[in-house]
Design a protein around this ligand. Structure first.
Ligand SMILES: [Fe+2]
Length: 424
């Protein structure tokens, strides 16, 4: 007898306050959440822009004590996360506020998790890399204030970390990691260099495209208990709405946001798109490009990205994801041609003549070129000789690959990675 299929999907979304100037409500929101002493998590680059200091004063004006931790790392490691946990413990906080990109938000999520439910960090990391332990109860309040329009981390239940010793990136995912409240203020992205806007925006586009093209939720086997229902459920009618809107914004506004840092309108829509894509992929899930991105970012640390602080070489997340997207979507095409056409049309901004298997890859490549993305994995420091080990790394991300609408074998991934060495 065939195994019973899933019949249920869930929708959970972070409460979001959106609009220019909304970060002025930070203190009011934390007071509403009944905290008295918070850890403000940020990184040195964002701190230099002055937003964290301004937000700190706003929170203090509401009678809430603020301890600043400004050492979150652009790609969090076990070590940098443990440092944040120690800071939270030493400060004796009862809440968190994160101000920064996905890394600062993820660092606060993890510090909150381990402060609330003490355990070795690796116990919580997704299996098979870590122990896959689940937090037993909700965490302390966490207000997230993103300053880049990319990761959508303020809207998701995931924290991503780099484990250089194992040459792998992995994550911690559980619904309790979700922030209590997000404030999304387009004014905060105004100072970002074009390269960061490009990488972050392409990440948004991939979140939305991968989610829209993920395996439908009702093709999964029914879980034995609600506890076993994965955070990444596969595409479903509600996630589709969020993903489609984010694709439309990405197609309409990313080029403008990259071209002109003062185009607050375009940046605002990209920022809203990032959060909306976060809701979409937080429900449906991402798959092949994100699975490949983990080893691309984790294996070699030789690429010094233009526009980012020159303190350590790394591949910006969005660029590590987008480089395999054209080949990945060519591979998944047969599983759902109409969905691929629809994604291409949303990004293009209108109907496309006679769409086929190569339409979405072509639309993606054009967008990449227009916003100055790396041409492929080769530009990030890899050669043909690295393909096997990149494939091995992608295969470790089974939690993601399971969400793909067509399951890739090692040979399929080898073809995708090879084709992605140079997209043009
Ligand atoms: Fe991403």
């Amino acid at each position: 007898m065939a195994a019973a299929r899933e019949t249920i999907f869930t929708l959970e979304a972070t409460p979001v306050k959106f609009g220019p100037g909304s970060s002025a409500d930070a203190g009011w929101e934390l007071k509403r959440l009944d905290v008295s002493r918070v850890l403000l998590v940020t990184d040195a680059g964002v701190a230099a822009l002055g937003h964290p200091e301004r937000i700190k004063r706003l929170i203090e004006a509401e009678g809430i004590e603020v301890v600043v931790f400004d050492r979150s790392r652009v790609e969090p490691t076990l070590e940098s996360l443990e440092e944040a946990v120690a800071a939270a413990r030493a400060a004796g906080v009862d809440g968190f506020v994160s101000v920064g990109g996905g890394s600062a938000i993820d660092t606060a999520k993890v510090a909150n998790l381990v402060l609330t439910h003490p355990a070795p960090l690796m116990d919580y990391v997704n299996a098979p890399v870590g122990g896959g332990r689940k937090p037993p109860a909700p965490l302390k309040p966490h207000l997230a204030i993103p300053t880049t329009s990319g990761t959508g981390s303020e809207a998701t239940t995931v924290a991503v970390l780099d484990i250089p010793e194992l040459k792998v990136k992995s994550g911690i995912s559980h619904r309790y990691l979700r922030c209590t409240q997000a404030i999304v203020d387009p004014e905060l992205t105004r100072t970002l260099p074009a390269e960061i806007t490009s990488s972050a925006g392409l990440d948004v586009v991939c979140h939305a495209a991968e989610s829209y093209i993920s395996r439908p939720f009702d093709t999964r086997p029914r879980p034995a208990s609600p506890d076993d229902r994965p955070p990444y459920q596969g595409s479903n009618p509600v996630a589709d709405v969020w993903s489609a809107k984010a694709l439309e914004y990405g197609g309409s506004y990313l080029r403008r946001a990259v071209a002109d840092p003062d185009d607050v309108e375009a940046r605002g829509w990209m920022m809203l798109g990032a959060t909306m894509a976060g809701v979409g992929f937080g429900s449906a899930g991402v798959h092949i490009p994100h699975a490949c991105a983990y080893p691309i970012a984790g294996l070699k640390h030789v690429y010094q990205p233009p526009g980012y602080p020159a303190d350590h070489p790394f591949v910006p997340h969005g660029h590590s994801v987008i480089v395999t997207a054209p080949a990945a979507f060519r591979f998944t095409y047969d599983a759902a041609p109409e969905r691929h056409h629809h994604v291409a049309e949303l990004l293009h901004g209108g109907p496309l003549d006679d769409p086929g298997p190569d339409t979405l890859p072509q639309v993606m490549r054009q967008l990449m070129r227009d916003v100055g993305a790396p041409s492929g994995i080769a530009e990030l420091g890899y050669t043909e000789g690295d393909v096997d080990v990149l494939v091995e790394g992608a295969l470790k991300q089974q939690r993601l690959l399971a969400v793909a609408p067509r399951q890739p074998t090692a040979d399929d991934l080898r073809r995708i990675v090879t084709a992605s060495l140079r997209n043009w």
